[in-house]
Design a protein around this ligand. Structure first.
Ligand code: PLP
Length: 381
């Protein structure tokens, strides 16, 4: 069953061109890029070519891109590397709506004595910039702020955030995992941003490769190797097939950015079709300033897991809040931070489209959602 896949913020289908490019590196071209012989050097060449492509996605230079295992790995390396460079400073400023990749690590750091400030958002999901500015002090080792939220798609004003951090001399890490491929990112114009995290499987690459961009000259100390440059923070043998796929995915994403307005129209169509039939349904967050592919719809009075299961049985794949919290009925921390009532947060379903989504799929998804939700409402009444 192919189904209707609307969970692209959890992971995307690897593009056929990605799979084709990866294939040789799972077969005859299996060399280790650290080997001196020609098989190894062929793998090294492929990794370096992919580095150029990933760099081009954010208008960076290849030597500033480090490959990692995942977006989570990039986020944690970024935070650890900045902390390592400022041993006397103990404050970390982040937001209440970051992905667990950042927030769980911050919770761990808190247990080790760090002072973590999680800046809040308003009802629409927008960052409280005054509170952000106030949180920055001389003890602050780093700030970590996402570019686009994985649950609502809401885009943070990263330029303003970066200016605030830079004015206090504080390095800023940006989690751009959900922004890449959906928004143009040009690090050359983002003064004050020192590090950017990316993940291959969110942009039609394969699982198993992430990247961390580190601006040249950034004070950064890799926690494992003590390395100070992006190129040297790799720990162990690279995942060559996944990195090769990441390069192809990055090239495609750059060229396919123009598909995003069409994706945005499909997302709007989905919202309209669902809201028209469900008076208790509301869209979470600002509907204007967000990524084109994402919407979280709160079905007031229902439990999202019931909707997910009902839709899955009909071949429609979505998630509740972030994928990492699926399987648990804890309300999403993002929606809670936005101040949504529990009646809505418990019924929050995230629909995330991709450039592959068709209008026919959206029309069918609307019907399935309305049937599943209609039935659950009868039980809930
Ligand atoms: N950051 C954000 C905003 C995400 O949405 C995700 C994954 O959903 C991650 C980081 C983690 O990426 P990965 O799944 O590659 O570890």
């Amino acid at each position: 069953m192919a189904g209707i896949y609307l969970d692209s913020n959890a992971t995307t289908r690897p593009d056929p061109a990605v799979v084709e490019a990866m294939q040789p590196f799972l077969e005859a071209s299996f060399g280790n890029p650290s080997s001196v012989h020609s098989k190894g050097q062929a793998a090294r060449h492929a990794v370096e070519k992919a580095r150029e492509s990933v760099a081009a996605l954010i208008n960076a230079t290849p030597e500033t891109i480090a490959f990692t295992a995942t977006g989570t790995h990039s986020d944690r390396m970024a935070i650890a590397g900045l902390l390592g460079a400022s041993p006397g400073k103990h404050r970390i400023v982040t937001t209440a709506v970051e992905h667990s990749a950042v927030l769980h690590h911050c919770r761990y750091l808190e247990s080790k004595g760090y002072d973590v400030v999680r800046v809040g958002v308003d009802h629409a999901g927008h960052l409280d910039l005054d509170a952000f500015a106030e949180a920055l002090n001389d003890e602050t080792a780093l700030a970590s702020v996402m570019l686009a939220n994985n649950e609502t798609g809401v885009i943070f004003p990263i330029r303003e955030v970066a200016q605030m951090a830079a004015s206090r001399g504080i390095p800023l890490h940006v989690d751009a995992v959900q922004a890449a491929g959906k928004l143009p990112i040009d690090v050359a114009t983002l003064d004050g941003v020192q590090l950017v995290s990316l993940s291959a499987h969110k942009i039609h690459g394969s699982q198993g490769a992430g990247a961390l961009w580190i601006r040249g000259g950034t004070r950064f100390v890799c926690p494992f190797t003590g390395a100070r440059t992006a190129r040297d923070i790799r720990v162990g043998t690279e995942n060559v097939p996944a990195i090769v796929g990441f390069g192809v995915a990055a090239d495609l994403s750059r060229r396919c950015l123009e598909a995003m307005p069409r994706v945005g129209k499909l997302r709007d169509q989905l919202e309209l079709g669902i809201l028209a039939k469900n008076e208790n349904a509301v869209v979470a967050g600002d509907r204007a300033r967000r990524t084109a592919n994402t919407t979280t719809i709160c079905f007031g009075g229902l439990i999202a897991e019931g909707i997910l299961i009902g839709l899955s049985e009909r071949g429609v794949f979505v998630s509740s809040g972030s994928a990492c919290s699926s399987g648990s009925i804890e309300p999403s921390h993002v929606l809670q931070a936005m101040g949504l009532p529990q009646r809505q947060t418990l019924g929050a379903v995230r629909f995330s489209l991709s450039r592959e989504t068709t209008s026919e799929e959206i029309a069918n998804a609307i019907e399935h959602v309305n049937v599943v939700v209609g039935r659950l409402q009868v039980f809930a009444a």
